[in-house]
Design a protein. Sequence first.
Length: 102
Amino acid sequence: MITRSQYLNGEATQREYYAQFVNDSVKNLVLLCVGAERIKNSTCPHLNDIPLVVWDRMQFGIMAFVGRKLGEANGGGGVSLSDTVCTAKEAAKQIREEETDG
């Protein structure tokens, strides 16, 4: 597991850190809440053209699916809203890449 300390020390990229929390349940949640077309049609590499409130609303779902793992990686320091948003956005990036690669 990549820890938050390793990520902050530059030993892993943001994508590598948050990718470890993405699983099928997280991807399905993102598809349900954002939609494949919206992800595909996003013109921003960081998906910032999708309103932040859309990402924020997934907080409790992300916590249910991977909250414990996020907390462990964060060294027991808890999980922030930005952790769940970054996890959801990483899932969306993976979905977009799977669509263009497949």
